[in-house]
Write a protein that binds this ligand. Structure first.
Ligand code: RRO
Length: 304
């Protein structure tokens, strides 16, 4: 058998294809539409300490080869997440990674503390990178010292793997990557969306209620590849790649630049089965080429 399982911290994932936070709800929305067994991990929509309504509409706009969003972290809050969302999530064979965000550093610590002993949660993704909220979010990953300190505080609350999700909207993503590694993160995930904007020239109004939003989809893949490549050279912890992955070919590019796993995001809106299809295609590819995933990771050949 050609091996495609991966390990992050103490947790093994049967395959390296995950679904990205915010593009797959809490999985129950996709029940009956996808084969969950083929998804290495479901990364949940972000959970915060208190419930949040999110931003006013319009909060989604389709662009050339991409999508702008300004959702604004709507969620039921950690208590209702445990009561209402975890019962379905824990029935799945996929690993469950809970994406966590906060307005203050204490929020991150409190949410992880609440969730740590809840059955069925395998890991946490610390969302330091939401571009669409005024407080918190991106500020946690645009300052290396803050990112390190928050990670170190959360680290004290859990032995489960911590994956720090980074924003590309900074001068040096590798400075932030090294800081969260220092703070005790087990892995990085990158990239969150790029700040973008679109205008309705007929009304002369922005297309999103918040004026700017986060750009995702194939339009950002070349940027994501460059950022993941940079991170892989800068840190010793694994990097999970996100950014415009639509098919096996895209995933292979990210493995070759050094990613240990990938997350499928915007593609889920067009084809909810995309991640499961990529897993099947990866298995076939490894079999045909007689490769293990580890033969692909970081296999980029650079002259000179
Ligand atoms: O909810 C959002 O608006 C959002 C989040 Br939390 C995020 O991390 N990235 C994004 O593009 N949108």
């Amino acid at each position: 058998m050609n091996e495609i399982a991966i390990r992050i911290g103490s947790v093994e994932f049967a395959n390296p294809i995950m679904v990205a936070s915010g593009t797959f709800g809490y999985a129950e929305e996709f029940d009956g539409l996808v084969d969950f067994r083929e998804i290495g991990a479901v990364v949940t929509k972000t959970v915060t300490l208190e419930p949040r309504p999110g931003n006013a509409p319009p909060r989604i706009y389709e662009t050339a080869a991409g999508m702008l969003n300004s959702i604004g972290l709507p969620n039921v809050g950690v208590k209702d997440f445990i009561d209402q969302k975890m019962p379905f999530l824990r029935t799945l064979q996929s690993r469950i990674v809970v994406n966590v965000a906060g307005v203050t550093a204490k929020d991150y610590v409190a949410v992880v503390a609440c969730l740590d002993s809840v059955p069925g949660i395998d890991a946490f993704e610390l969302n330091y990178s939401c571009p669409n909220v005024k407080q918190g979010g991106m500020s946690f990953s645009s300052n290396a010292q803050i990112a390190e300190a928050v990670t170190a505080s959360v680290r004290k609350e859990t032995k489960k793997p911590l994956i720090a999700k980074l924003t590309p909207n900074v001068t040096s993503i590798s400075d932030i990557g090294r800081a969260v590694e220092q703070g005790g993160a087990d892995a990085l995930s990158a990239i969150n969306t790029l700040v973008g904007m679109a205008v309705d020239v007929r009304t002369r109004k922005p297309r999103l209620s918040t004026i700017t939003g986060g750009l995702s989809g194939p339009a950002i893949k070349p940027i994501a590849l460059a950022k993941v490549y940079e991170l892989c050279k800068s840190v010793s912890i694994p990097v999970v790649a996100i950014g415009g992955i639509m098919n096996l070919h895209d995933a292979l590019e990210f493995f070759m630049v050094g990613a240990i796993a990938v997350q499928v995001g915007t593609a889920n809106f067009m084809n909810p089965g995309c991640a499961a299809e990529i897993t099947r295609d990866l298995r076939c590819y490894c079999q045909q080429q007689d490769l293990n995933l580890s033969d692909l990771i970081g296999s980029l050949e650079v002259d000179g």
